[in-house]
Design a protein around this ligand. Structure first.
Ligand code: 5GP
Length: 198
């Protein structure tokens, strides 16, 4: 999605440790017109897949997931994060490692909201090592639901999480794919698809 690349180039900041800051439009302040475009693009990519639920993790995935869910006309469900594994009964839970905080945490969703008949699309803001998506996949598997694929706003391909999932046969779409960002120099892997917006 060319708009995503342009936005990152204009407004993103590369921080030490391989972190891209996009607080001006995605992670703290949200550019709502752009958010709508993100939702439309994710809906377009997965239009043929009969998705009936979108799953993300609180907090930074929620806005994008909600935008995509509104476009697709389906519910959006977010996994809650807890730092301990002390979770109450009626939930599916999994452990994930936070790339940005360097700690492990438990994610959980109520068994009432993730069902065996669900065809689930995972949505998140960033894909780095893939721990967040792997945690969500564990929840989908625990529920006996069907995983349709994943859509992320920004993939940092140099951390290999996306390619590891693709190798497992999981469809992973990223709206901008960063090949490298050494010394603050952003290089994209631009993927062009039929029907891409200009
Ligand atoms: P992963 O689990 O794939 O290693 O990392 C994905 C999660 O870490 C995302 O949910 C996102 O919140 C956070 N994350 C990873 N890399 C970045 C980054 O460069 N910038 C920001 N803002 N968040 C990141």
């Amino acid at each position: 999605m060319r708009q995503m690349e342009e936005k990152i180039l204009r407004e993103g900041t590369v921080l030490p440790g391989g972190i891209l800051k996009v607080g001006s439009f995605l992670n703290q302040q949200i550019d709502t017109a752009f958010l709508r475009e993100i939702g439309r693009e994710i809906a377009r990519l997965y239009a043929a897949e009969r998705v009936n639920k979108i799953l993300t993790i609180e907090a930074s995935g929620i806005a994008i997931a909600a935008a995509a869910a509104m476009e697709m006309g389906v519910p959006m469900l977010f996994a809650k994060k807890h730092r301990t594994s002390n979770v109450d009964g009626n939930v599916f839970s999994a452990t994930a490692h936070s790339f940005t905080h360097g700690t492990d945490y438990t994610i959980m969703v109520s068994r009432d909201y993730l069902l065996p008949a669900d065809r689930v699309l995972l949505v998140d803001d960033f894909l780095a090592n893939g721990a967040a998506l792997r945690g969500l996949i564990a929840l989908v598997d625990a529920a006996g639901a069907t995983l349709v694929g994943a859509a992320v706003a920004i993939e940092k391909r140099f951390q290999n999480g996306g390619d590891r999932l693709r190798t497992q046969g999981i469809r992973v779409e990223s709206l901008a794919c960063i090949r490298s960002m050494e010394n603050g120099n952003l290089v994209f892997d631009t993927v062009s698809r039929a029907g891409d917006p200009a």
